[in-house]
Design a protein around this ligand. Structure first.
Ligand code: SF4
Length: 258
């Protein structure tokens, strides 16, 4: 059973990675819209979330952001990060660049010390204005789970048949390392087929890509809450540490959530 964020602005909630985080959901309030359909998604399958496909308007988002941030300011509630995540992929919102500009202005006025974080699956980096908007925030956290198309098709289930990892990598190069790479590691059985992020060829391909992109930070994580597929398992922190070893040696900051 999928659980959704039922408001545009939620929290602040305590995040292990981001501290006191005020969440922003640019997707429907009772459903999910995403360009991936990851087997580990905490919002459940896309097919379960189609009862509501209404994306909030630019004005509704601006109003919710203003209200949420002013209320936190009035109550002296500390905010370390204004975090775009929610019920799907935030950069699918047609007014994403305008929303980021608005958020930056409000943050500068009310919480100048807070950072803005966007958790994105990097599928929309080719859309006009998206990369530029992500460059304006302190934490563009961009997901790439692997470089092997067969593996990514099983794990992330891209909804666009033309999804192309090479294209994503070339967009990521545009950031010149000024982004955070996020990768999920897990293992399990999907439709009777075993998958394992730690398989040596998959891991080597991922390490090569990460070394080439040289992001300022790499966030590795594994399953936390119950995924939509019960046949999946966590990998251990030690395995993730070993996977990140060459990156660490190359001077990339590594953050692991087990
Ligand atoms: S990209 Fe994120 S929101 Fe979309 S399906 Fe994957 S985990 Fe869920």
């Amino acid at each position: 059973m999928a659980i959704y964020f039922d408001s545009i602005v939620f929290g602040p909630v305590r995040s292990r990675r981001l501290g006191s985080s005020l969440g922003v959901n640019l997707l429907p309030l009772k459903g999910k819209v995403c360009s991936f359909d990851c087997i580990y998604c905490e919002c459940g399958w896309n097919s379960e979330g189609r009862q509501d496909t209404r994306i909030p308007s630019l004005e509704q988002v601006q109003e919710a952001l203003e209200r949420g941030l002013r209320e936190c300011h009035r109550n002296n509630a500390p905010i370390d990060s204004i975090t775009f995540s929610g019920n799907g992929e935030p950069t699918l919102h047609p007014d994403f660049p305008e929303i980021i500009d608005y958020t930056v202005a409000l943050r500068d006025e009310l919480f100048p010390e807070a950072v803005i974080s966007v958790l994105s699956n990097a599928t929309m980096l080719g859309r006009p204005g998206v990369k530029e908007a992500l460059r304006k925030v302190e934490n563009p956290i961009l997901k790439l789970d692997g470089v092997d198309m067969d593996y990514v098709k099983v794990l992330d289930r891209p909804q666009n048949p033309d999804y192309n990892i090479e294209e994503v990598i070339s967009h990521l190069k545009w950031f010149e390392g000024d982004f955070i790479l996020q990768t999920m590691f897990l293992r399990g059985v999907v439709d009777g087929v075993e998958i394992d992020s730690m398989r040596s060829d998959l891991l080597e391909g991922w390490q090569k890509m990460a070394l080439e992109l040289h992001p300022r930070e790499v966030m590795l994580y594994t399953l936390d809450r119950k995924p939509p597929l019960s046949t999946l398992e966590k990998v251990s922190v030690e395995e993730m540490e070993r996977a990140a070893e060459p990156l660490k040696k190359a001077g990339i900051k590594i953050r692991i959530s087990g």
